[in-house]
Design a protein around this ligand. Sequence first.
Ligand code: IVH
Length: 682
Amino acid sequence: MSQPPEIESQRQRLEELRKLVNYHNYRYHVLDDPEISDAEFDQLMVELRWIEAAHPEWVTPDSPTQRAGAPPAERFVKVTHPAPVLSLGNAFDEAGVRAWFERIAKLDGRVLQSEFVVEPKIDGLTVVLHYRDGLFVQGATRGDGEVGEDITANLRTVRALPLRIPVQPGAAQAPAYLVVRGEAFIPIAEFEAMNRRLEQAGERTYQNPRNTAAGALRQLDPALTASRPITLLTYQILAFDDPRLSPPQSEQATLAYLRSLGFPVTPAEVCHDLEQALAAYDRLMAQRDSLPYEADGAVIKLDSLELQASLGFVGKDPRGALAYKFPAREVTTLLNDIGVNVGRTGKLTPYAILEPVEVGGVIVRQATLHNFDYIAEKDIRIGDRVLLKRAGDVIPYVIGPVLAARSGRERPFTPPEVCPACGQTVEHFAGEVDWYCVNAACPAQLIRNLEHFVSRSAMDIVGLGIKIVEQLVEAGLVRDVADLYSLHKEDLLKLEGFAEKKADNLLQSVEASRSRPLARLLTALGIRGVGEVAAADLAQAFGSLDALMAARLEDLQTVEGIGPNIAQAIVDWFERPGNRQVLTKLRAAGVWPAAQKVAAMGPAPLAGMTFVVTGTLPTFSREEAKAFIEQHGGKVTDSVSKKTSYLVLGENPGSKLDKARSLGVPVLDEAGLRALAGESHV
Ligand code: IVH
């Protein structure tokens, strides 16, 4: 039966949108080289969802909308792997690697001439991905190597995973049946950013990337998996079947082939002999801390898959590959005591005071203990021998006590009832795990508060580092953030290390910060849950501090990203007498950003555009121009590239103008910018 033409064209648009979304998703998550802005991408998804909502019968499991769609499952179903998902033998030093090489060379002389491939050994969760005719049909955990658990719905949410091959027109066709193995993990930077967001929202943070990724993939609710920044790298074909095609015969060819199908693949170095493989290990080892993921070693593989197969395996370890581990970053040491830090928001955080110990070349004396619940859950006691881990850039943390080493003399820890810095009773907020000191005059908080207030993303008071902050507080010159604006030169000159020039410079940077836009001042105030993003949204929605102070709980919650907890924290903050006093002082000191235009609801006129500003504009400062562009949905970057939509030009521009001209980037003046943003005249 033929369809009416409008239905037919919607159907075509749907197909087109799926291809576009898949393609841009691949550019972003696999190639790390996006061609369109996030806003443009979101627009494609909105249109796709809209068509699918009108035609639910058209929704297919490989539609990009289905990445986060499935309802929670009751339990996991077992999956038998098409081939054993093997493990790896380990070596811990060069001698171990050479011994392995000699063993296998004796078994098969071809080893002596063999090439090697060296890859990072990624510390993630092994996943097994099944494709039929290019469609992702099933994904499983490794399990015992023979049988794993079906986590298909969770894996669908991983954006780097191709749901349909080819991911882009013209790319390689998929074989009829293909099973690929890889590691799913959370990149370190994403992990840290996620923890910062959780921290700001007053929620519990996660311990380490590996457990967080594994936990999110091995639980039953795909929506939760979707909310974690999990990504993927693949390196092995476990099964391949196609009457027209034959599978790759070497490690190198496997990686190239997987890449051509649209999979993200592990980086690999091809080595002509064992010496080169050892050198490749050294290079990886040197990069260990700057790799974007946690790696616990290098995997050295014989390049020829035929040779690997003919060597067979010992137990579950194939002879043709070896894990050469990095020096351990897990050690045990004594927990001498538990200290408690008071953060900027008054949050109390316990930390371990350790018997100093070397972990991966660094002496560690302190480590995080996350929160008081963690100490109780893990039953960590003072005097315990504890297992400690330092991985990548992640702050060292205590994994747990070594129970076998208990003598019976260890002491359980009791969380403090009063703030260790000021002695005031600590408080607990409903729905939060942490304890807080709510004394606005608490000296520990004041120092952290000031540190935050002057920081780059807040008021950006250049030259006011932690040392000076401490000096100012100790000398009693600063009792709250507003006092920064009434500092006098003669007071500064009395401080150690201050001479004319240093005092002048400091006063000048304080002065320069008076005119920071509202979003920055809001960030600077350090309201619980209000980081840079929330501050920008609030500034955009309310336009002035006066309007924000007058906002009710329900007004605040109309702002996207402001939930009931943060809204309550904002209201509470403005109600506290100490904070009101600070605001009165700031207003008197002229630190009170002028009301700005409240952004109209609806599509932002500059959405999807990227701007670079150069030279002196007639009325806007650089910061104000940036705020203006962002308020209207645009983005501002520092350097001109092909992707720049417009260069905003003021007087005395720098080399950016030449660059823009050479790339054909259009140029606007301030009036042009305002017009583009929908202001009819200046
Ligand atoms: S190759 C026969 N390559 O490490 C092939 N494994 O201790 C055997 N792993 O669970 C695996 N990165 O999942 C290989 N680049 C890499 C890897 C890797 C991480 C995992 C693997 C296995 C474990 C072995």
